[in-house]
Design a protein around this ligand. Structure first.
Ligand SMILES: [Zn+2]
Length: 299
């Protein structure tokens, strides 16, 4: 049923966006000698998903200007600005950073030059201060727990759940549309990223449990190739949590039974329930090693 609703939203909105500029753009994955593909999909009234390679953000077009999230990098942010200009001549008023990692939030300088105000969790300012990037403006507005961006009658709610992936990540919710935009801590139908860099496994699970209590029907996640849907049902947050719980339980069980070599754990632990998820063959062993480190070292 949810799938049907989502499909009908996508079909309706793509049709509404006047044959959609999105269809005119390349969507191929990066290959030798080929550019990274990008695409734009409208998922609700004034709400768009911009994809560059396997990265995604959302932007919201209102009567008074545009709210942009995660500019990604210098190249992607230029493409994003061009895409926005095809939809509206209103200026970008706000840029919201999801967290401190450079691969998601670099390249916002072009929006700063056009007068945008940058918003992020207070820990992003500290992290960017310690690890500056020339194309990444520091946030102008910061907050500790919750903040609502308001523009042209639209609202975007930002919520911080403590450490999980770094210690500055905020989840973004469109209350009217009941859409959640989640970066890095929810990636549907894919095992966790490699050795889970800057992920705190136990805090990640705790945060997902708290996020599951929010009011939303749909989730946009920040990673996925062009073959993946731009928007998913709310259940993907639970599926992500269950994967992490199953992964941790499997590693703990083997360690409790006396296997303490990470090399051995990498070889023997399988999670057949998830063998159809993306990157299972390449990354499961790396996920296992990260969880071994958690139990072995206590972080
Ligand atoms: Zn990250």
């Amino acid at each position: 049923m949810l799938k049907l609703i989502i499909n009908s939203i996508l079909v309706t909105t793509l049709w509404l966006s006047t044959a959609s500029a999105a269809e005119a753009f390349p969507t191929e994955e990066p290959m030798e000698g080929k550019p990274f593909g990008q695409s734009v999909k409208q998922v609700s009234d004034g709400v768009y998903v911009f994809r560059w390679w396997v990265y995604r953000n959302i932007f919201i077009v209102t009567d008074d200007g545009v709210i942009v999230t995660d500019p990604m990098n210098a190249k992607a942010s230029k493409l994003l600005r061009d895409e926005i200009k095809k939809i509206t001549d209103k200026p970008v008023k706000y840029v919201v950073y999801s967290h401190n990692h450079h691969d998601h939030i670099s390249g916002g300088k072009i929006f700063k030059e056009e007068g945008a105000t940058f918003i992020a969790h207070e820990n992003v300012r500290k992290e960017l201060g310690d690890h500056p990037h020339p194309l990444t403006p520091l946030p102008d507005v910061t907050f500790s727990r919750n903040y609502t961006v308001k523009l042209g009658g639209r609202s975007l709610e930002l919520s911080y759940f403590g450490p999980n992936h770094g210690d500055s990540l905020v989840v973004m919710r469109l209350p009217k549309e009941k859409i959640l935009f989640v970066v890095d801590i929810v990636t549907p139908r894919r095992v966790a990223f490699r050795t889970m860099p800057d992920f705190w496994p136990d805090e990640w699970i705790r945060s997902l449990k708290e996020i599951e209590q929010l009011d939303y029907d749909y989730v946009i996640s920040a990673h996925g190739p062009h073959t993946e849907p731009a928007i998913d049902p709310a259940s993907i947050v639970t599926e992500q949590r269950e994967y992490l719980e199953d992964l941790m339980a499997a590693v703990k069980k083997e360690m409790d039974a006396g296997t303490h070599s990470p090399d051995k754990l990498r070889k023997i632990i399988k999670l057949p329930k998830y063998e159809n998820w993306r990157s299972y063959d390449q990354w499961l062993a790396m996920n296992v090693e990260r969880i071994w480190a958690f139990y072995h070292m206590g972080w």
